[in-house]
Design a binder for this molecule. Structure first.
Ligand SMILES: Nc1nc2c(ncn2[C@@H]2O[C@H](COP(=O)(O)OP(=O)(O)OP(=O)(O)O)[C@@H](O)[C@H]2O)c(=O)[nH]1
Length: 318
């Protein structure tokens, strides 16, 4: 993107990256560190039941949630409407009153940032009020090989980036990190590359000189990745539920790309999540997760939503 000091348009940072790549974790740390002062945070989640807003709320100056559609395709109209509303509010304020001069859009993990950029540039209103300052794309170093070898979208996200942050570097060897970096460089030689461990900056130095991974040609005929929300009954047998979930991830973890669930516990709402087969330690949410208790969202392909529901009901029946 071309910076222009005299440009009075709202600066928009598009934060992209594949499902579970660490966008919310990284953004939480950036907001805490004051990287995007006063920014309005727009969060887009493909699933109808959002979680990221709860995690970001404590650090964000103001926030809008766009759930239930990906902002680069099915949720594009909602994104354009939300951006227009922000521009409208800003235009009505006097120059002295203007607090927000930047927006950060955390895209859903299924979004192609290039399509979002095109949608903004094609909009006759937004093009005069918003400048896309930077496309930052996060790449999960732990799952990058698998994603880049099978998912066209993960390559397209990297190709669209101005800046790439390699995440989860604490979970891989230097050899893997160097190979991921070489592969990312091959896909997008122009982007700056940085790294983060659990949201914190991590120096990329003294890495071994290793070749990039070979990436096969991909066919376009893959089934779409879709969300499935399942309400978990309050009286569910939790022991049976956890056995079911572990068995499911073990058997189908390559198809179930992302799992996020919020469960009501005596200590407060508990977030449980997994990226492919890696299950993360559960985390107590900072704010009450009203209207989204005891729900779990699976995002993946290669199965029917009803089969998941039936399998859970069968496994946890009394
Ligand atoms: N070990 C490790 N885990 C990480 C790192 N960054 C994120 N995670 C974990 O990876 C999981 C996904 O992180 P999120 O920040 O929710 O990823 P996201 O890209 O916002 O996920 P979606 O919005 O679902 O696409 C969480 O359990 C995080 O705790 C990291 O640098 N190291």
């Amino acid at each position: 993107m071309t910076p222009d000091a005299d440009d009075s348009r709202l600066r928009l940072t598009i934060l992209g990256g594949y499902l579970g790549s660490g966008k919310t974790t990284w953004l939480r740390h950036q907001l805490f560190a004051g990287t995007f002062p006063g920014a309005h945070i727009l969060v887009n989640e493909a699933a109808l039941t959002p979680v990221d807003d709860t995690l970001l709320a404590a650090q964000a100056a103001s926030m809008t949630m766009l759930a239930g559609g990906c902002a680069c395709c099915t949720g594009k109209a909602d994104l354009i409407a939300a951006l227009r509303a922000l521009c409208d509010t800003r235009s009505r304020q006097s120059a002295e009153m203007r607090g927000t001069n930047q927006i950060v859009l955390e895209t859903s993990g299924l979004a192609d940032p290039a399509a979002i950029l095109a949608a903004i540039r094609d909009d006759g209103v937004l093009v005069h009020h918003i400048r896309v300052a930077e496309i930052v794309v996060l790449v999960d170093a732990l799952h990058a090989v698998q994603q880049l070898q099978s998912e066209h979208l993960s390559r397209a996200q990297i190709e669209a980036a101005d800046r790439i942050i390699l995440t989860k570097v604490d979970a891989v060897t230097d050899h893997t990190l160097a190979a991921v970096m070489a592969t990312v460089k091959q896909l997008n030689p122009a982007a700056e590359i940085e790294a983060a461990a659990k949201g914190l900056p991590h120096a990329l130095s003294n890495l071994p000189d290793v070749p990039a991974y070979a990436l096969p040609l991909l066919s376009d005929g893959m089934a779409p990745i879709l969300p499935t929300k399942i309400d978990i009954p309050e009286d569910v047998d939790w022991a049976a539920f956890s056995v079911w979930l572990s068995a499911l991830l073990y058997a189908r973890g390559d198809d179930l790309v992302r799992v996020k669930g919020v469960f009501e516990t005596p200590a407060g709402p508990l977030l449980l999540q997994a990226v492919r087969k890696s299950v993360q330690p559960p985390e107590l949410l900072p704010a009450p997760a009203q209207d989204r208790r005891n729900q779990i969202v699976f995002i993946g392909r290669g199965y029917e939503s009803e089969d998941l529901r039936r399998s859970l009901a069968y496994f946890t029946r009394n």
